[in-house]
Design a protein around this ligand. Structure first.
Ligand code: ZN
Length: 515
């Protein structure tokens, strides 16, 4: 006799737990068989979901030729101890993000429905009584009370590389953040819905409310097929690569430049995306943008588009380290290395507090904007990992500095401001085994050994955080190969979950009519 059997398909992918109920008529299935069916079905669901995530980022002429996703728990990185831990994948540890809103007009509630980065600019714009242009695909999240008055300021803080589970693991170090989240409209299932999960793409998506396939920031960098060189997107704090208006752009145009807009970031793409186009757009005026220069250890800006308060000129990261140049046993006496310590958050806070003090934030009836990238969890997480004592100490400092930053804002605008706190991406934990850590260069070697052993010209570029492999298409044709040949070899590797060709990604983008 056949009896109905419900297989509950439970598969955590991209931060969401998918429940699919498959009602079948089947005789008793043994446990092993059922597990196999579950895994097969789960993998197929995840593969489709990840292809959608890649499709949301497809931008003609910028996206890589192959998108490669490692198996869950495997890290793709570079041969560099500074980035022993590397994000970029669609797995929950990279894709889940914190997301919550606070303010006197916010309805305090925990929302279990998912929220995305694209929703943030759209929600902030609605609170200001304006809207993002049609490039934005996010929705207005139900955070404000009905008929709420306009806030005097909107404050957006992006905690770089912040996993939502850090709030629990490091609750003792994060009293301010945990308290804020407890008084917020909190989206506990928020996640990134595209790949790659990295800083440039994350901040650009947060700032524009658009998919990467629309705003055009498809990675931190890409291979320029005209110059035949790698190219950093938004290099030199130049916003021209950003192909959609940001919340800062919209607000300065709406207010005809009267709103005070302050942006700051510890890395170039973060600072630039948050600052928007400034004066480098039609009818635009300069926004204040402070970007940390990892070569000089000072705050800098792109004066074509932005301004920087003079008082930030005197701040120098070389003053951060002790005489012996060490912190927790690590050599940190350079402007680049000192970012990966608990000494850096105070330097970031000093700069934004100074920018706030020098500004006329809250001085008139036009609502103002503060857009801040806070780097600690990312820099320290990359080198020391999510479970390190180094990260614990960094959080203790970040939390203290965060309350100082909020106090500086409140001294200008009072309590009547809307605060949004989120993250750009997460960070993988320590792999179960050392051989679950893979080098991007080894993947390039593997493809060359197999397909182009003597000339080794086939693969031009692959940075693990971008999850995209760039190929010399002329060489591919010379070798009588297609991208599918390369994808098949990648997918046969035990550490690879999926490899998509550009055709697959483009086709999916078209099929879904994903903008
Ligand atoms: Zn980041």
């Amino acid at each position: 006799m056949l009896r109905p059997l419900t297989l509950s398909i439970l598969f955590a992918a991209g931060g969401s737990v998918l429940f699919g109920d498959l009602a079948t008529e089947a005789p008793a299935v043994d446990v092993q068989q059922r597990r196999g069916m579950r895994a097969g079905r789960g993998a197929a669901t995840a593969r489709t979901q990840f292809l959608d995530m890649a499709a949301r980022s497809y931008f003609p002429g910028r996206s890589g030729h192959l998108v490669m996703i490692p198996r869950e728990g495997h890290i793709m990185t570079r041969d560099d101890p500074e980035v022993a831990y590397m994000h970029g994948s669609p797995w929950p540890y990279d894709a889940e993000i914190p997301l919550f809103f606070l303010g006197s007009a916010v309805q305090v509630r925990r929302h279990t429905a998912s929220g995305t980065q694209q929703d943030i600019a759209v929600t902030l714009a609605a609170a200001l009584g304006t809207r993002m242009p049609s490039t934005a695909t996010g929705r207005v999240l139900p955070v404000m009370r009905a008929n709420a008055p306009r806030p005097r300021a909107v404050v957006l803080i992006v905690l770089d590389g912040m996993r939502p589970d850090y709030f629990d693991r490091y609750a003792a170090e994060l009293p301010t953040l945990v308290r804020l989240r407890g008084h917020s409209a909190w989206f506990s299932a928020a996640r990134v819905n595209y790949i790659p999960t990295n800083t440039g793409v994350g901040h650009s998506t947060i700032a524009t409310g658009a998919n990467p396939g629309v705003h055009g920031i498809t990675g931190n960098n890409l291979f320029n097929s005209v110059t035949h060189k790698r190219s950093d997107l938004l290099e030199g704090w130049q916003p021209r690569d950003l192909a959609a208006l940001t919340i800062a752009d919209v607000w300065q145009l709406d207010t005809r430049g009267r709103a005070v807009i302050l942006a700051q970031g510890g890395s170039v793409p973060a600072a630039t995306a948050l600052a928007g186009h400034g004066a480098c757009q039609l009818n635009g005026v300069p926004t204040v943008m402070a970007g940390y220069d990892q070569n000089t250890g000072r705050w800098n800006t792109n004066r074509e588009c932005y301004t920087l308060p003079d008082s930030l000129d005197g701040m120098d990261a070389k003053t951060l380290w002790p005489a012996d140049g060490r912190w927790m046993g690590h050599q940190i006496d350079s402007p680049g290395a000192v970012r990966r310590t608990a000494l850096f958050p105070r330097f970031e806070a000093n700069a934004i507090v100074e920018s706030i003090a020098r500004s006329s934030l809250g001085a008139d009836e036009v609502p103002d904007m503060v857009l801040l990238n806070f780097k600690g969890a990312d820099f320290v997480g990359h080198k020391h990992g999510p479970q390190s004592e180094e990260l614990r100490l960094t959080f203790r400092e970040m939390d203290k500095e965060l309350s100082r930053i909020l106090a500086a804002i409140e001294s200008k605008v009072g309590k009547d401001y809307l605060l949004a706190i989120t993250g750009d991406h997460g960070m993988p934990g320590e792999p179960a085994s050392p051989d679950h850590r893979h080098l991007a260069a080894a993947v390039v070697d593997l493809l060359h050994d197999r397909f182009d052993p003597s000339a080794r010209r086939l693969v031009t570029y692959y940075e693990p955080e971008n999850a995209q492999i760039f190929v010399d298409l002329d060489r591919l044709a010379e070798l009588h190969l297609g991208l599918a040949d390369l994808a098949r070899v990648l997918e046969a590797q035990p550490f690879v979950f999926a490899a998509f060709t550009q055709d697959e990604v483009r086709g999916r983008a078209r099929a879904l009519q994903i903008r």
